[in-house]
Design a protein around this ligand. Structure first.
Ligand code: GDP
Ligand code: MN
Length: 388
């Protein structure tokens, strides 16, 4: 789960990570009032769940409360397009109004789970700011890493080493070390999957501040963080993914044209591979899970068919624990309430596969039944071409 910058900053502050003073506003008048209270130059920042806002025109400096009001009126309601939003952009509903910072240096600091080493890894770079992706791609040596031993956690000497690599000395080294340990503490305590400060700035006065903050959380750990769950903003999420999460279904929106209903993540991967291999592209995948029932399948099928990009549906089920007849029953029931406008290819194997096929046949709905994966994938491609 993702949260907004202003929410991440509120959390980080509780872990002794210094952040600029500021408040969130939903109207230009509110932004003006906050700017007046802060005094001096302020920065008005679009709050969306995507990075790259600066380059997209979503971060603006204002020298007076009137100017802050003006900037807020320009940013609020805009369809902000960044390299992370896709071409349609994301509508801005809130802005963060913060005291302006006089920046001497822009650094990068991040904590992430490195899946290849199975360790939380801290990353630091002196080349922070808006081009960090390019730095990572072209000059990865400029990013310094420290892997954390899960048994003992981040050690102060590691935090010092990172702070030194950021070119911090004297008091700044002391504050920087505390800053890094604070970020790690926040990451672990809230079960993050990513915590990123870009830029972490050294101000002209020599202070350290988290000027931007991004925190993503491990969905599987959210049950023990009700407070964080309360920060969820479903307006920022893919509509059908939100719908699917209500039914506890794993649904991921992709950009092709074949809806894939499968059971199990491994089969999902194999299904998408074979669809691609046969010459089509997945529009999404929906994992109905291991022990599914008729109702889940019905909900799943509703979600799949609500996706406007879908030109064909591919139901690929291996009945291990799940029974194929239940899946078939769910599909047929779903189709009694929604009109089917695209072809559906079905491949059922395993427990009660024959009973499942029989239910489909007797439903009176035209399914294309395939016996194996290859045949199914070819039928899917043909179906896509026909409906195009
Ligand atoms: P992002 O583009 O979505 O990552 O948004 P950031 O919060 O990182 O802001 C983008 C850039 O705006 C930063 O890298 C800074 O260069 C600049 N910026 C943000 N806040 C301030 C500020 O208070 N003062 C100044 N001078 N620049 C700022
Ligand atoms: Mn940033």
């Amino acid at each position: 789960m993702k949260i907004h910058e202003y929410q991440a900053k509120q959390i980080l502050q509780q872990y002794s990570v210094p952040v600029p003073e500021g408040q969130v506003a939903t109207t230009p008048e509110e932004a003006e009032e906050i700017a007046r209270q802060l005094g001096g130059t302020v920065v008005v920042k679009a709050q969306i769940h995507a990075g790259g806002r600066g380059k997209g025109g979503g971060v603006k400096l204002a020298k007076s409360p009137e100017e802050a009001k003006q900037m807020a009126s320009e940013i609020l309601g805009m369809q902000l397009v960044t390299h992370q939003t896709g071409p349609e952009g994301q509508k801005v509903k809130q802005v963060l109004v913060e005291e302006g910072t006089d920046i001497a240096r822009e650094l990068y600091l991040g904590a992430v789970l490195d899946r290849s080493t199975s360790r939380v890894t801290l990353m630091a770079s002196q080349a922070g700011g808006m081009d960090i992706e390019e730095v990572a791609a072209k000059t990865p040596r400029k990013i310094i890493r420290e892997a954390v031993d899960p048994g003992v956690g981040l050690q102060p000497f590691q935090a010092r080493r990172l702070a030194l690599s950021l070119g911090l000395h004297g008091d700044q080294l002391k504050f920087g070390t505390k800053f890094i340990l604070g970020l790690y503490d926040a990451y672990i305590s809230t079960d993050c999957s990513l915590a990123e400060i870009n830029p972490m700035v050294v101000t002209r006065d020599g202070d350290l501040l988290a000027l931007d903050a991004k925190m993503n959380f491990d969905d599987n750990a959210l049950f023990r963080h009700q407070d964080i769950l309360g920060l969820r903003d479903t307006d920022e999420e893919e509509e059908l993914e939100v719908e699917a999460s209500k039914y506890d279904l794993n649904y991921i929106k992709l950009d092709g044209e074949v809806a894939c209903m499968v059971n199990g993540a491994g089969l999902a991967m194999a299904t998408m591979d074979i669809v691609k291999y046969a010459g089509a592209s997945p529009a999404n995948f929906l994992d109905v899970g291991g022990g599914t029932n008729v109702e889940r399948v019905r909900n799943a099928f509703h979600i799949l068919l609500s996706d406007k990009d879908v030109k064909a549906v591919f139901i690929n089920i291996f009945g291990g624990i799940v029974r194929c007849d239940r899946v078939a029953q769910g599909v047929v029931e779903a189709l009694q309430t929604i009109e089917l406008k695209v072809p559906v290819v079905v491949r059922l194997q395993g427990t009660n596969a024959e009973e499942g096929s029989k239910i489909l046949e007797e439903s009176g709905i035209k399914f294309r039944v395939a016996r194996d994966l290859k045949e199914a994938a070819e039928a899917v491609v043909q179906a896509v071409n026909e409906s195009a």
